[in-house]
Design a protein around this ligand. Structure first.
Ligand code: NAG
Ligand code: NAG
Length: 360
C-alpha cells in the first residue's frame, strides 16, 4: 500500500513541478480527512434474518428494526471522534470483512456532545453507505466533573468514559453489546465473540490477565486503607483490558453499575486511589467477576510507544483481534514512515484517501 501511494506522490510532485507556472492551480489540503468508500458486504445464505424481529420497533424501516433487534443482530458499540476516526473506520471495515453475516451487524456510535456529530455521521455514511448505524451523543461535560484533574490528560478525554455509560446511552431494546476501542482490527467473526455465554448473572466478559501485577493499578493509599483494600477480598481479581468487552446492558441497568463506577470516581477526586483514568473504576467494580474470554480476542499492547520507537510483538497463541493499545498508533507510524512490523496488519483496513491518491 505505501509504495503505490509513494509513486503517486512522486508523480504528482513531478506534475506540480513541471506545471509550476500555473500557480493558480492551488493544492489545498482538506480541512478534514477524506475516506474511500468501502464495498458493500452481503450476508451468506445461512444467515438468520433479523427483519421479522420488530417487537420493539416503532417503524417499518428495516434499519431501525436491526438497530433494535434483540435476536440475531450483533450490536457493536464504539466511540467516534475526529482524532480517532481513521482507526474507527478501519475497525468497522475489519468487522464487516470477517463476519459471515455483515448485514446483521448494528453499530452504535457514541460521540461527544461537544463534537460535530453531523460531520461524524456524514463521514461514516459516505464511507459505509450500507451500514446500519446510529450516532448517539454523550454529555462529556457531565463526566468531566468526575474526572480528577490530576489524571486528566490527552489520553484521558471524557469520551474514554463513554463505555461506562453505554447502558444509559443506548436504547433499552439493546441488551447485549460488544464494545470495541477504535485502535483495533478483527480478523475473525465478531458473531463468535458476541455469542460468549455470560451465564446466569455475569454482566461482562473480556479476556483476563491474571499474570499482570494487579496491585500496581492502585495506589499505596488504596491498599493501606483497610476498608478499601477489602474491596477485592472475596474475589480473585485479575486485570482485564476494557477495549474489548461483551456487556449485558440489561443486567448492567438492573445492577446500576454506572452509579457504582461513578462512586469510585467520586472517591478518586477526594483521595488518589489509582493513577490511570477510565480503567481502574472498571477493575474496582468488575475484576474477578467477569466471564473470561479467550485471549485471542484481545491481543493488546501493539501500540507500543511512538516516541522511543518501541514495537511490540504478539502474545503467543491464536489471534482473532489485534489491538494497538498503548501510546503508539499504526496510522501515525505509517504516516511517519516508521511503522512497526505488525502495523502492516492494520494497513489493509486503512480507508484514508490521501490528497495524492484522489485520482480524478
Ligand atoms: C459540522 O460540519 C459540517 C460539515 O463539514 C459543517 O458544514 C458545519 O458547519 C459544522 N458544524 C459546526 C457546528 O462546526
Ligand atoms: C507489584 O506492584 C507493586 C506496586 O507497584 C510492587 O510493590 C510489587 O513489588 C509488584 N509485585 C511483583 C510481583 O512484581
Amino acid at each position: 500500500m505505501p509504495f503505490p501511494q509513494l509513486l503517486r506522490l512522486t508523480t504528482l510532485f513531478t506534475f506540480l513541478f513541471l506545471h509550476s507556472p500555473f500557480t493558480t492551480y492551488t493544492f489545498a489540503l482538506p480541512l478534514t480527512q477524506q475516506f474511500r468508500e468501502a464495498p458493500q458486504f452481503y450476508n451468506s445464505p445461512d444467515c438468520p434474518s433479523v427483519d421479522q424481529d420488530d417487537s420493539y420497533s416503532d417503524s417499518s424501516d428495516g434499519e431501525n428494526d436491526l438497530l433494535c433487534s434483540d435476536h440475531h443482530a450483533v450490536h457493536v458499540a464504539m466511540t467516534l471522534d475526529s482524532a480517532y476516526i481513521r482507526g474507527s473506520l478501519a475497525a468497522i471495515l475489519s468487522v464487516l470483512q470477517h463476519t459471515s453475516c455483515p448485514q446483521n451487524i448494528a453499530f452504535h456510535f457514541v460521540a461527544a456532545a461537544s463534537a460535530n456529530t453531523s460531520l461524524l455521521h456524514a463521514t461514516v455514511s459516505s464511507t459505509f453507505p450500507y451500514l446500519k448505524f446510529r450516532v448517539y451523543t454523550f454529555e462529556d461535560s457531565s463526566v468531566s466533573r468526575l474526572i480528577s484533574t490530576s489524571i486528566r490528560s490527552a489520553l484521558d478525554c471524557p469520551l474514554n468514559y463513554a463505555r461506562s455509560y453505554l447502558a444509559n446511552i443506548l436504547p433499552l431494546c439493546v441488551r447485549r453489546v460488544v464494545y470495541l476501542d477504535s485502535d483495533l482490527v478483527l480478523v475473525d467473526d465478531i458473531a463468535k465473540l458476541a455469542a460468549t455465554s455470560l451465564g446466569d448473572k455475569s454482566v461482562l466478559a473480556a479476556p483476563e490477565h491474571c499474570n499482570a501485577n494487579f496491585t500496581s493499578y492502585f495506589t499505596p493509599a488504596f491498599w493501606s486503607n483497610h476498608a478499601l483494600s477489602l474491596t477485592f477480598a472475596d474475589r480473585k481479581a485479575c486485570y482485564f483490558n476494557t477495549g474489548v468487552m461483551v456487556i449485558d446492558l440489561g443486567r448492567w441497568r438492573e445492577g446500576d453499575y454506572t452509579a457504582k463506577i461513578e462512586e469510585w470516581m467520586e472517591l478518586q477526586k477526594r483521595m488518589r486511589i489509582y493513577n490511570l483514568g477510565s480503567l481502574p473504576p472498571f477493575l474496582l467494580v468488575f475484576a474477578g467477576k467477569i466471564v473470561p474470554v479467550d485471549h485471542r480476542w484481545n491481543q493488546h499492547g501493539l501500540g507500543g510507544d511512538n516516541f522511543r520507537g518501541l514495537c511490540r510483538d504478539l502474545h503467543p497463541g491464536p489471534v482473532s483481534l489485534l489491538h494497538w493499545s498503548g501510546k503508539g498508533k499504526p496510522w501515525a507510524r505509517l504516516d511517519a514512515n516508521r511503522p512497526c512490523p505488525l502495523d502492516a496488519l492494520w494497513a489493509p483496513y486503512d480507508l484514508l484517501q490521501t490528497p495524492f491518491s484522489l485520482d480524478s
